[in-house]
Design a protein around this ligand. Structure first.
Ligand code: FAD
Length: 401
């Protein structure tokens, strides 16, 4: 039984059959759609450039051909690790042999008054994106709360569709949690060049209402930003409550070992909800929110469940599309003590190399796929490279060792 029919769940089911798993597979999820890709929800699905059919991870025949039962629209609310059963919100109880928990997370909401007004949105599901799109015709001013990737991607789409967009960020730069200052400043300038107002170091007091709809966002200094839509992009809360209530170890996410096993017997966890020791994070516990992580952990579980050796040890990678900028990231920059800018951000094609104690730990590559591809090895091998060579664009990264 796989709970959560998103990126991790879909991959786990497919990989199990590929590895010749002969038991029954149920892929149970609380959304009504067949498994679909989430990244386009803040990119080309939000803009209308990509129809939903192109988001499907596999066509419907994929599942029936492989005898994978999809149980849609069902939410698990409890896990009994002794009787090996899950209980659904609809009262149904289902037995499992092994349980793979791939439930992702739900978007964090604002704690202030007005957080639940009509016109206040998060972006996690197709339904969320559809609600935003349905209101666009009557929306002219949007406030995005949170200058992380999802907020910035949504801001880019909305600015390009002619909306007046303001991004509010509590920290003193956008992307502060995930990237170095040069990248933050670059994206701030790009958004400003596209007409987006970026407000840094601001906190929201409340969301204001007029006729039961959002009418503005009040900042803690009393200023009110009038708007007819708010998009909240302030992270997720991992969906692990049923596992933690059943006694699984974990705070924030559920802890898993190198084979993605939780501390509960026969229960695995993968993807956004699973925290694991990662050597690219200096062997600390991390919870990664990326398609790569969900996909590769799913593959590990499929191998383990079919009696094969597997250990999760993959270099993290990530991407973000904003305007005509393609950012590709490899490694985890957390804990860097030096950054090297490779190329001129003014050309909109450059990379930032992150080092810790002289070793390359991550790269952010903007419109610079060659650096991304060639730089990956520097990260996986933890190479120490002279910063002057990293900065020299006439020196190909593949030649550095
Ligand atoms: P999910 O894909 O979220 O799947 C979890 C599923 O479980 C969901 O369908 C959920 O509704 C369901 N569920 C939750 N609780 C229960 C329950 N109790 N019972 C039943 N079902 C349940 N990553 C990138 O690498 N690059 C990107 O550019 C990128 N862009 C993104 C843009 C957006 C708007 C979002 C939301 C995410 C983006 N991500 C991106 C992150 C990426 O989509 C996630 O890391 C990935 O989806 C994680 O997969 P998962 O299987 O862990 O969770």
């Amino acid at each position: 039984m796989i709970v959560g029919a998103g990126h991790g769940g879909a991959q786990a089911a497919g990989a199990l059959r590929l590895a010749k798993f002969e038991g029954s597979i149920a892929l149970l999820g609380d959304e009504v759609e067949l498994p679909y890709e989430r990244p386009p929800l803040s990119k080309d699905y939000l803009s209308g450039a990509k129809p939903f059919e192109r988001l499907l991870i596999h066509p419907d025949t994929f599942w029936s051909d492989r005898d994978i039962s999809i149980l849609s629209g069902r939410r698990v609310i409890a896990v009994d690790p002794v009787s090996h059963q899950v209980r659904c919100e609809d009262g149904g109880e289902i037995e499992y042999g092994h349980l793979v928990w791939a439930a992702g997370g739900s978007p964090r909401t604002m704690a202030c008054s007005g957080h639940d007004l009509v016109g206040v949105h998060t972006v996690r599901t197709r339904a969320d994106a559809d609600r935003i799109r349905a209101e666009l015709g009557t929306t002219s001013r949007v406030v995005v709360i949170g200058g992380g990737y999802i907020g910035l991607e949504a801001a880019a789409v909305l600015a390009q569709s002619g909306k007046a967009v303001t991004v509010l960020e509590a920290q003193n730069r956008v992307l502060a949690r995930v990237a170095g200052e040069p990248l933050s400043r670059f994206y701030e300038r790009e958004h400003q060049a596209h007409g987006v107002e970026i407000r840094l170091g601001v906190t929201v007091e409340c969301i204001e209402e007029c006729n039961s709809r959002v009418s503005g966002v009040r900042l803690s200094d009393g200023e009110v930003l009038a708007c007819d839509m708010v998009i909240v992009g302030i992270g997720i809360v991992p969906a692990v409550e049923p596992l933690l209530s059943a006694g699984a170890e974990g705070t924030g996410g559920v802890e898993v070992d190198g084979q993605c096993r939780t501390s509960l017997p026969d229960v695995f966890a993968i993807g956004d909800c699973a925290s694991h020791l990662n050597r690219y994070a200096g062997e600390t516990l991390v919870r990664l929110e990326s398609v790569q992580n969900a996909h590769d952990q799913a593959t590990v579980v499929a191998k383990v469940l079919t009696g094969n050796e597997a250990n999760y040890d993959v270099v993290p990678w990530f991407w973000s599309n904003q305007y005509d900028l393609r950012l590709q990231t490899v490694g985890l920059s957390t804990g860097y003590d030096e950054t090297v800018v490779r190329g001129d951000p003014g050309t909109r094609r450059f990379s930032i190399v992150y080092l810790r104690k002289g070793q390359v730990i991550a790269l952010d590559c903007v419109n610079a796929t060659r650096d991304y591809v060639q730089g990956k090895r520097l990260v996986t091998d933890g190479l120490s490279v002279n910063p002057a060579l990293l900065a020299d664009t006439t020196v190909a990264l593949k030649t550095l060792r």
